[in-house]
Every structure is written in C-alpha cells, then in structure tokens.
Write a protein that binds this ligand. Sequence first.
Ligand code: HEC
Length: 140
Amino acid sequence: MNRVITLLLLFVLYSSTLPAQKSSLQLSINSGEKIYTKKCAVCHSKNGQGKGKRIPPLVNSDYLMNNQEASIRGILFGQNEEIIVNGQRYNRKMKAVKLSDVEIANVMNYIQNSWGNTNLTPVTKAQVMFIRQEYSKDLN
Ligand code: HEC
C-alpha cells in the first residue's frame, strides 16, 4: 500500500514539473528579448530584418536555423568569414558580443522563436559552455 502511495506521489510530483518545463523555454525567450534589444537590435534591427546587404536578417534566416552551433560561435567569438543567408552572400565582420553562457542561450532562444521563427528545442547554457570550451581549444 505504501508503495502505491509513493508511486502516486512521485507521479503527481513528476507531472507538476511538466508545465514548468514548457515555460522554462518561455522564460528564456523573455530574458533573451531584453538582451537582443540591448546588444543586437542596433545592427540586426528590432524586428530581425537586418540591413540589406550589410547586415544579414535573422527573420526566417536559413543560416541561423540550420547552423545553430556556428551562430553560437559567432556570438561567442565574432565572425568575419563569408556566409550565405537566404541566398545572399555576406562577408562582413560581427564582433564577439560579451555575454555569459546563459545569456547567449537566452538570446538564441529568443531569435529562434521570434518573428515567425520556431525552434522548440531550447539552446541550453551547457551547450554554449561546451562550444565555448571546444572552440577555445582550437584557437590555442
Ligand atoms: C555591429 C553589428 C552587429 C551586432 C551588434 C550583432 N551582429 Fe550579428 N551579424 C552582424 C554581421 C555584419 C553579420 C554577418 C557576418 C559575416 O558576414 O560573416 C552577423 C551575423 C549574425 C548571424 C548569422 C547570420 C544570420 O543572419 O543568420 C547571427 C545568428 C547573428 N549575427 C546574431 C547576432 C546576435 C544574437 C547578436 C546580439 C547578441 C548580434 N548578432 C549582434 C552584425 C552584428
């Protein structure tokens, strides 16, 4: 009998974490929006449209949505190699943006879930930390 109660209790506890998991992406997106407004909107514009041939768009960007790791690397370390975004060539420089791992996860979750972009698999702080460490090794 005790076991049944324990199992029941565990189930109740478990199911109460489900809605919390869903909204943790939403919380991350909300924090990411503030970071985006402060650190990214000046170039990529508030609505993620970018600026013509000078700054690539984030809205509906095949580069962002298909190259999550490279996008995170670009934010961490800057980028200036040639990239192609929605068929348009860009060969400009984006400086590294000084942000913590969790801030980068949040801003990635924001840009991948705004203006019609959707990626419900959240970028985590651990993932950013891993890319930071792996790539720093390559640079040394
Ligand atoms: C000073 C202007 C500037 C700022 C600030 C800036 N970017 Fe960029 N970003 C660029 C440029 C220019 C490129 C293209 C780089 C290239 O040609 O290799 C780029 C490329 C990108 C890309 C890959 C291409 C794409 O459009 O999908 C992503 C993703 C991105 N930026 C996200 C961000 C995020 C997130 C921030 C804020 C944390 C940010 N950028 C801040 C100028 C900027």
